[in-house]
Write a protein that binds this ligand. Structure first.
Ligand SMILES: CC(=O)N[C@H]1[C@@H](OP(=O)(O)OP(=O)(O)OC[C@H]2O[C@@H](n3ccc(=O)[nH]c3=O)[C@H](O)[C@@H]2O)O[C@H](CO)[C@@H](O)[C@@H]1O
Length: 371
């Protein structure tokens, strides 16, 4: 079988696509995958590292107002459509799957116009604009939340599957993960990241957390700053008299390419509230402190975070209320109460959907022509 996966911009669109790619390879061992993205999105970095062939097309996002820049975008979209059409001709996929982000537009459309079976996956409760448009042309729409079904027009075939996480996230051994990450088995691990691009506000607050736990005997910290915020964070720590080389229990990275290990090693997570992140936390049964990104469209990260907080799986701190002191206090309150930590973990696990990948692969099978 030959499958094209497309989706990009940020990790929240890319990782579900990678999960589906692996799911297809497990189900149909002869599957050949091609990932189509852009050179500007995070996919150009992540996909080759995940060992999938990657091809870029020219396309960028429209500004949501009339502007000259949009003329260039339209020209690029036309180029992108021609490039996507050429890829269909040469790769000859049996199925094309899009997971959101503007790159999906030309790729999924090129396939639908040729009668190639198509499926799109929507991660958020409030569907993105590309997916809403594409839903009229594709064979199947898979969504994470029941709530999003109503946003798709009557013609689209919508199925609720949940959000597929990379299979390795459910298969990684904690002890091996701790060793691989140079972490200590006896200490409580605090995993911190701000979504796939990092979050400056979380990095700023994390200075206090690092100060609190530097050299601590019971707690260790693994913090991903995001590629852009790394140098600034180290600089900020240095301004506070902290040079990381001195502390084995504090590990800071620009990006975690081995998130499956980080999640397996973690006891408590501090993060933004993107949909993919939350699916990974719940499937791993991890308690969390969530600080939703306040500028995500229609504030959807806060809705995501509330769903967990209302069920006891997470503590929500609004971005506007976030300070270093508040974050330290929140973490201390949770970790000094082992019963609470354990209950949060159980409540998180209850919300996980380990069957999401299986359900999506079943949806893909339904749109494939009968052999
Ligand atoms: C600002 C914004 O609009 N963000 C959106 C974007 O976020 P973003 O791309 O940050 O989305 P998510 O939080 O959903 O996913 C981040 C992904 O990156 C991975 N990761 C992150 C950091 C790291 O160092 N290593 C790593 O592997 C996480 O494990 C996760 O798989 O897409 C999501 C899914 O459409 C939306 O819900 C978010 O609202």
């Amino acid at each position: 079988m030959r499958a094209i996966l497309t989706g990009g911009g940020t990790g929240g669109h890319i990782y579900p696509a990678l999960a589906i790619a692996r799911g297809l390879q497990n189900r149909f061992p002869d599957t050949e995958i091609l990932y189509v993205g852009t050179n500007r999105g995070l996919e150009a970095d992540i996909v080759p590292k995940a060992n999938f062939p990657f091809q870029a097309i020219t396309v960028s996002g429209l500004e949501r107002k009339l502007s000259l820049a949009n003329l260039k975008v339209l020209w690029q979209a036309w180029q992108g459509c021609r490039e996507a059409a050429r890829i269909m001709k040469t790769f000859k996929p049996d199925v094309v799957i899009g997971t959101g982000g503007y790159v999906c537009g030309p790729v999924v459309m090129a396939a639908a116009r040729r009668g190639i079976p198509t499926l799109i996956h929507e991660q958020n409760a409030l569907p993105g604009i590309t997916n809403r448009l594409l839903s009229r042309f594709v064979d199947q729409v898979a969504v994470t939340f029941e709530d999003s079904v109503k946003y798709f027009s009557g013609k689209a075939k919508v199925v609720v599957t949940g959000l597929p996480v990379r299979p390795e996230i459910m298969q990684t051994d904690r002890t091996k993960a701790l060793t691989s990450l140079n972490l200590h088995g006896e200490k409580l691990t605090l995993l911190v990241f701000g979504g796939s691009l990092g979050a400056r506000r979380i990095n700023q607050a994390m200075v206090e957390v690092v100060k609190r736990y530097a050299n601590d005997q019971k707690v260790q910290v693994l913090h991903a700053t995001g590629q852009l915020g790394y140098q600034e964070f180290l600089h900020e720590l240095a301004n506070n008299g902290i040079v990381l080389d001195k502390y084995v229990n504090i590990i800071v990275k620009p990006y975690l390419y081995n998130m499956h290990e980080a999640l397996a090693a973690a006891d408590l997570v501090i993060s933004r509230a993107g949909a993919a992140t939350l699916a990974e936390l719940t499937v791993s049964g991890l308690p969390s402190v969530l600080i939703p990104y306040p500028y995500a469209s229609e504030n959807h990260q806060e809705h995501n975070a509330r769903a967990l907080a209302d069920r006891g799986a997470a503590v929500l701190i609004k971005d506007a209320d976030l300070t270093g002191g508040k974050l330290v206090e929140t973490v201390e309150n949770i970790i000094n109460d082992p019963n609470r930590l354990e209950k949060m973990s159980r409540d998180s696990q209850k919300m996980g959907r380990p069957g999401a990948l299986h359900d999506i692969i079943k949806s893909v099978e339904q749109i494939l022509p009968r052999q």
